[in-house]
Design a protein around this ligand. Structure first.
Ligand SMILES: C[S@@+](CC[C@H](N)C(=O)[O-])C[C@H]1O[C@@H](n2cnc3c(N)ncnc32)[C@H](O)[C@@H]1O
Length: 253
């Protein structure tokens, strides 16, 4: 019990909120929510059987993932002359499709959703794809610590979570500090390809990519869908209903 007449301690002065100069993820804001999601038996089997061969664990001591992930032949030559990073591959349908079209390119996919990792591993097994590696971790950390500058030939970010509510916009992946990091990881002339079906996010992408000095737009505004990006069932249905999809393709200067 408080002694009679005791003074309440003076309230702590409220410190001003510091300017958000740090990238969002370093302030503990993530572009995803961890979904437990049910995994099918086939996905779990693929995870157990193929995971050890195709997954690369997040390791902050690795500074050149592209060099490390590249299989080499007996003479020390890289088997895949090109490397493309995909962020948030979901269930991996587009990844597997594109990897099948480009057998001379190594695809490194980052995804935090375990069922999605299982789904892509299953596709790798079913389709016999050798040119995919998976890092089951937050791509923001992977890009920040594991990818050396000027080592990527391309970056794919298809339908990143749109975070439509204003108070969640800070969770969006495509923001200036992260785009600067991504641009630095591209070789000169290499590309970043984003696609979204959420118009306000498309506008943000155009603004952020368009004001990054290391990047130049390949189109005037939005780009035509490159032929390698498959139309998903969801996208086809949306297009039939008159909904839009926006592709953006920028190159590293
Ligand atoms: C809306 S889904 C789109 C999936 C897929 N690209 C497609 O086109 O169907 C976004 C995916 O990005 C993943 N994701 C979001 N932020 C991520 C991050 N920082 N690192 C890795 N994956 C992320 C989510 O788990 C989710 O599977």
């Amino acid at each position: 019990m408080k002694p009679e007449g005791a003074q309440e301690p003076a309230p702590e002065p409220i410190a001003p909120v510091p300017e958000a100069t740090e990238p969002a993820h370093r302030r503990g804001i993530h572009s995803f929510v961890t979904r437990r999601g049910r995994m099918t038996t086939a996905q779990a089997r693929a995870l157990a059987n193929l995971g050890p061969q195709y997954e690369i664990a997040f390791d902050p001591l690795v500074r050149d993932l592209v060099g490390n992930a590249q299989p080499t032949d007996a003479g020390g030559q890289r088997r895949y002359p090109r490397t493309i990073l995909e962020i948030g591959f979901g269930m991996g349908g587009a990844t597997a499709h594109i990897a099948g079209l480009m057998p001379d390119t190594l695809f490194i996919g980052c995804e935090v959703h375990e069922a999605g990792v299982g789904a892509l591993l299953k596709l790798i097994g079913d389709l016999g794809l050798a040119n995919i590696r998976i890092v089951p971790h937050d791509a923001v950390d992977v890009v920040h610590t594991m990818i050396a500058p000027a080592t990527l030939d391309g970056i794919h970010i298809f339908f990143p979570d749109p975070w439509p509510k204003k108070r969640h916009h800070k969770r969006r992946l495509i923001q200036a500090p992260f785009v600067r990091e991504l641009a630095e990881k591209l070789k000169p002339g290499a590309y970043i390809h984003c696609a979204t079906d959420w118009q306000p996010y498309a506008e943000q992408m155009l603004e952020v990519l368009g004001t990054e000095p290391l990047l130049t737009n390949t189109a005037t505004g939005y780009a035509p869908r490159p032929a390698y990006r498959p139309l998903t069932k969801f996208e086809l249905r949306g297009l039939r209903l008159g909904h839009g999809v926006w592709d953006l393709v920028f190159r590293r200067v």
